[in-house]
Design a protein around this ligand. Structure first.
Ligand SMILES: Nc1ncnc2c1ncn2[C@@H]1O[C@H](COP(=O)(O)OP(=O)(O)OP(=O)(O)O)[C@@H](O)[C@H]1O
Ligand SMILES: [Mg+2]
Length: 310
């Protein structure tokens, strides 16, 4: 379908006896930022390598930006910017030389090269390091340079395998900002990670892998409501808890309770259901100061999926 960036069908990869990815069917809409999460050995890297057409499936296939990975791997390469889990950089080159080298290798036409390189340096916040040698870069800068390399041929899809691993909180934050900018520029991203909390501020979709199988996949809210059956909400209102409690109980949330100046309730619905509850409170004259979910982020969703083994 035109609005899908990726669709897999029965995608499978074996390494001898080990089935790393087991007959996976899923799709990623264009413009999505998908978090690909799962414990060590779940098959994340294997899946990303197949989607980048650098590793052949044992069975099944995937269509990436309209191109079949088995039929036309080279065609896939031009649609995909792939950051592998381990990568080397040419230490002796300067940052600008490094990007120049890969711009040539990726066939960026000479007339466009300078513009593409300066644009990329700006995108990954390395413009002031253009003349610095790669060996002198910090880990966060190296990671951004490697991501810059994946952007040179202006692919619509970025597949990033644990881009934040080994980075300190500040560098992680810089990466988050970079991903948000790329998503705003219309790119589709699939980002794998173990550290899930850092993805939830900007991802729109989640795929959870375990032992080669897809445990859950969909929009953040779909995956959450699939796994976390009960969502817990805390609210605070000007003038105390009484009015809010009465209103919630009248709406059928009999278990709502007050504690330490806040009101809590649990429910098992989707985002629309939640906004409906807020609207009724406001319509009922409750002066809501805070209304937010406790937990229920990707980290909790993910841990819940591991526990429930769905
Ligand atoms: N080249 C290989 N040869 C043999 N087995 C492999 C190879 N690559 C991966 N595997 C096996 O395939 C399974 C999935 O590995 P994969 O690297 O895709 O998982 P992952 O989710 O990326 O793990 P991690 O979080 O540790 O990076 C594991 O059991 C792993 O041992
Ligand atoms: Mg991996």
């Amino acid at each position: 379908m035109k609005d899908e960036m990726v669709r897999t069908s029965g995608l499978r990869r074996e390494y001898g006896e080990v089935v790393a990815v087991k007959d996976i069917n899923f799709s990623v809409p264009r413009g999505a930022v998908m978090a690909l999460v799962g414990p060590n050995g779940a098959g994340k890297s294997t899946l990303l390598k197949m989607l980048s057409a650098v590793l052949e499936p044992t069975r099944g296939t995937a269509v990436v930006n309209g191109v079949d990975i088995n039929e036309n791997p080279r065609g896939v390469h031009s649609s995909v910017g792939f950051l592998p889990d381990f990568f080397g950089l040419y230490e002796e080159l300067t940052v600008a030389q490094y990007l120049e080298y890969f711009a040539r290798a990726y066939g960026v036409p000479p007339a466009r090269r300078e513009k593409v390189i300066s644009g990329t340096l700006g995108d990954v916040d390395l413009a002031d390091k253009a003349g610095a040698r790669v060996q002198a870069l910090s880990r966060g800068m190296r990671q951004r340079l490697a991501i810059g390399r994946t952007l040179l041929h202006e692919p619509p899809l970025l597949l990033l395998d644990e881009p934040a691993s080994g980075l300190d909180p500040e560098s992680r934050h810089d990466l988050q900002k970079l991903f948000t900018r790329m998503a705003q520029a219309g790119k589709t991203l699939i980002v794998s990670s173990h550290i899930l909390t850092e993805l939830e501020d900007y991802c729109t979709h989640v795929a959870i892998l375990r032992e080669g199988s897809l445990v859950a996949c969909g929009s953040l809210s779909e995956v959450r409501s699939l796994i976390v059956k009960k969502r817990k909400v805390r609210l605070r209102a000007a003038g105390g808890t009484e009015a809010a409690l009465a209103q919630l109980r009248a709406s059928g949330l009999k278990d709502a309770y007050a504690e330490a100046g806040s009101v809590f309730f649990e429910f098992s619905g989707d985002d629309e259901h939640l906004t409906g509850i807020l609207k009724r409170l406001l319509d009922g004259g409750v002066k809501v100061l805070h209304f937010g979910e406790e937990g229920g982020g990707i980290q909790d969703t993910y841990l819940a999926s591991l526990e429930k083994k769905i």
